[in-house]
Design a protein around this ligand. Structure first.
Ligand code: 6PG
Length: 467
């Protein structure tokens, strides 16, 4: 049959990827562990070249060699079992790609196992949700370069395109593609939480009605905050509930789920001594949100400030919220990109930060106007210590830091919790403090544990008999 690519796993994401490939002229073989999803995909076909298979051996046989097989299977053990099922039918030089949200360490293990058998393995981060999968996602492939080259023509074709440039670039070796996707999701968590905190201020402190807040977001989306997440937030806020006629947002329970990638990002940062406080706070905010019943009880018992609403000038404070959100975003992206940089050094991955920012401009959930500037910052200085000190952002934060300060202090005075806005301000203030009081901490460590300290005026390690 000589089909050019095979897709295994035909849930919404898998079917859409298969359709995307077929829409771009690929001859696709499709297989799912259960028959039902394959049949559903067949019903959706509108002349595309997708051939369903109900037997894995026939599926593999239908593919042109070297075979290219794209897995869109639930991450974790299902990936391992699909690989085991495929192995007897594969030959040296064939390529397996995992397009799910796999943990990058699992990807590394699979990469090594398969490489030993002569099979190429790519861990491919894919972002963009179901629509992106169909119309063009952002694609982050990691593995051996020569293996990537075999599939690059297909991947670059199905990716989102921004000004003619595909949002797909070779990320680096082994699990680096899935690592980049993992931290993308961490940034996604932080960005979503920052937007939610901006909304909270507009709603609970400025007391704006939902429609007006939607207008504010719409205006912001025409400026430097332009991004997919701001755009969908506007649409969410405009949506009315069909049952009650209320804004739909007001009937959605305030409990947030998560599937693990934000947690993995935080754990990886903590394990490797990387400051990712904003991402981690956004994760904890989800955890606290899930304590709905406890929060309802606590609301009756625990007091907050009595004077909640101050007379604030609406337009002036909407502008402060906008500045605070922009500042929060810079700090969150600075942390995420530092996590890339530090991990890249740790594993010698040589992650292309400039290109990563570029492929995030389209297709993915965190796509935003200011990724152009982030990319430019790394183009000008590949060893940039922190996005905050890139000339463009340093100038920007000079103007906006006061806005963030105003919103965080007003929020605290009003008893609103701002985990990510305040973590952003804390990060900003601690990062710009050349001489801090961390010396007291180190002295305490030396006092009770003889952990020693360095001095400001001479080289070496010192210990004092404090008592
Ligand atoms: C994307 C998304 C996608 C998904 C995550 C979010 O980039 O397309 O990040 O991967 O929405 O699973 O996960 P949570 O369920 O953890 O919010």
């Amino acid at each position: 049959m000589n089909n050019t690519i095979g897709v295994i796993g035909l849930g919404v994401m898998g079917s859409n990827i298969a359709l995307n490939m077929a829409n771009h002229g690929e001859k696709v073989s499709a297989y799912n562990y259960t028959r039902e999803l394959t049949d559903q995909l067949v019903q959706k076909l509108d002349g595309q070249s997708i051939h369903p298979f109900y037997d894995i051996q026939e599926f593999v046989r239908s593919l042109k060699t070297p075979r290219k097989i794209f897995l869109m299977v639930t991450s974790g053990s299902p990936i391992d079992s699909v690989i085991q099922t495929l192995l007897p039918y594969l030959e040296e030089g064939d390529v397996i790609m995992d397009g799910g949200n796999s943990h990058y360490e699992d990807t590394e293990r699979r990469y090594h196992d398969l490489k030993a058998r002569g099979i190429g393995y790519l861990g491919i981060g894919i972002s963009g949700g179901e629509v992106g999968a169909l119309t063009g996602p952002s694609i982050m492939p990691g593995g051996d370069r020569d293996v990537y080259d075999k599939v690059a023509p297909i991947l670059t074709k199905i990716a989102a395109q921004v000004n003619g440039t595909p949002c797909c670039v070779y990320i680096g070796p082994k699990g680096s593609g899935h690592f980049v996707k993992m931290v993308h999701n961490g940034i996604e968590y932080a960005d979503m939480q920052l937007i939610t905190e901006a909304y909270t201020f507009l709603r609970d402190t400025l007391l704006l009605p939902v429609d007006e807040i939607a207008d504010v977001f719409e205006t912001w989306n025409q400026g430097e905050l332009k991004s997919y997440l701001i755009e969908i937030t506007t649409e969410i806020l405009r949506k009315k509930d069909e049952l009650t006629g209320l804004p739909l947002i007001d009937v959605i329970l305030d409990k947030v789920g998560q599937k693990g990638t934000g947690k993995w990002t935080s754990i990886q940062a903590i394990d490797n001594g990387i400051a990712a406080s904003i991402i981690t706070e956004s994760l904890f905010a989800r955890y606290v949100s899930s304590l709905k019943e406890e929060r309802v009880v606590a609301e009756e018992m625990l007091v907050g400030p009595t004077n909640k609403h101050h007379n604030l000038n609406k337009d002036e404070w909407i502008e402060y919220v906008r500045q605070a959100l922009y500042m929060g975003k810079i700090c969150a992206y600075a942390q995420g990109f530092n996590q890339y940089r530090a991990t890249s050094e740790l594993y010698n991955w040589k992650l292309p930060l400039e290109d990563i920012a570029l492929i995030f401009r389209g297709g993915c959930i965190i796509q935003a106007e200011f990724l152009n500037v982030i990319s430019q910052a790394y183009k000008e200085n590949a060893n940039l210590a922190n996005l905050l000190v890139a000339p463009f952002f340093a100038e920007k934060v000079k103007k906006y830091q006061q806005g963030l300060r105003n919103i965080v202090s007003e929020g605290i005075q009003s008893g609103i919790s701002f985990p990510c806005l305040s973590a952003s301000l804390t990060y900003y203030d601690s990062y710009r403090t050349g001489r801090s009081h961390a010396n007291l901490l180190q002295a305490q460590r030396d006092y009770f544990g003889a952990h020693t300290y360095e001095r400001t005026d001479r080289e070496g390690m010192f210990h004092t008999e404090w008592q």
